[in-house]
Design a protein around this ligand. Structure first.
Ligand SMILES: NC(=O)c1ccc[n+]([C@@H]2O[C@H](COP(=O)([O-])OP(=O)(O)OC[C@H]3O[C@@H](n4cnc5c(N)ncnc54)[C@H](OP(=O)(O)O)[C@@H]3O)[C@@H](O)[C@H]2O)c1
Length: 255
């Protein structure tokens, strides 16, 4: 049964408003929350999913659904008329801190790939079978999918899988009218990012090396997701949009 946690809205959306479903929001610092705020400011109806109960007050301007993968995966079927789907789930077992990929366990591999990639494939597949399909799907990724970032080993493997899933789903679902893309975000201080080993070091190193000489923030990421959800990006599918200040293309050294 769908557990609708709250329905209170600061401002009710227009009847014709498009609807964004944003999966995986923990706190007002979450990237998914920034996306929700952005889409609402642009007149969209927003539904956020969370596993947290403490933060409900902070999310009061959005509809909120309890979603714990995989237990609640069938509940997502009850959320209908979704125009834009944003996948923000990501999880790995932090207990393997400093173990590197050579020290990774099979259990953590299965956990990380299941939550961070297979859940995406499963939910997009389910939505693609609906009469009312999302026209745009966006997943959140990280440069650790293609570069070695110390501390990000298993998640890097999962993000590489996620990015290939984005391209393949874009190919398979394009004929149905669905576009599938990802935003590869720079290092933003969020609940899950902060518990990764070396996060502060990675964030500081990235700030020093980006072409734009600063780290990107949640708002930069939300702007890119909003663009990919909107019809302004109607010609774009299967793309991994880099929102990391140019870092993918080289290093800038601050003097
Ligand atoms: N922050 C960054 O620097 C950064 C950079 C690039 C990409 N990303 C990606 O952006 C996405 C959002 O991350 P974030 O940084 O905004 O951190 P976040 O707020 O912690 O978001 C991750 C979300 O995934 C949820 N989640 C994990 N396992 C789940 C499960 N089994 N069922 C349901 N929900 C589950 C978490 O819920 P709980 O809090 O309840 O565990 C959390 O809401 C992630 O895919 C992340 O890899 C982040």
């Amino acid at each position: 049964m769908l557990r609708l946690l709250q329905t209170q809205r600061a401002e009710l959306p227009q009847p014709e408003a498009k609807r964004a479903l944003i999966l995986g929001v923990s706190s007002p610092r979450s990237l998914g929350f920034a996306v929700g705020e952005k889409m609402q400011a642009r007149g969209w109806d927003t539904i956020l999913t969370t596993r947290r109960s403490k933060e409900r007050q902070a999310f009061r301007n959005h509809r909120l659904v309890h979603f714990d993968y995989p237990d609640d995966v069938d509940d997502i079927k009850l959320v209908d008329n979704v125009d834009g789907l944003v996948f923000c789930l990501g999880s790995t077992q932090i207990g393997e801190k400093n173990a590197g990929l050579t020290g990774a366990s099979y259990d953590n591999f299965v956990h990380t790939l299941t939550v961070s990639c297979f859940a995406f494939i499963q939910i997009v597949r389910e939505m693609s079978q609906r009469d009312y399909k999302p026209s745009s799907v966006v997943a959140l990724s990280f440069l650790g999918s293609e570069r070695v970032v110390p501390g990000y080993e298993m998640m890097g493997v999962a993000k590489a899988a996620l990015e290939q899933a984005v391209r393949t789903l874009a190919y398979e679902l394009g004929p149905t009218g669905m576009r599938v893309n990802a935003v590869s975000a720079g290092a933003v201080s969020t609940p899950s990012a902060r518990v990764l080993p070396n996060f502060r070091q990675v964030q500081a190193a990235m700030a020093a090396m980006t072409f734009i000489r600063r780290n990107v923030g949640a708002d930069d990421v939300a702007n890119a997701v909003s663009f990919l959800l909107s019809d302004e990006s109607a010609g774009i599918s299967g793309e991994i949009l880099q929102v990391n200040g140019g870092l993918r293309h080289g290093l800038s050294l601050v003097h």
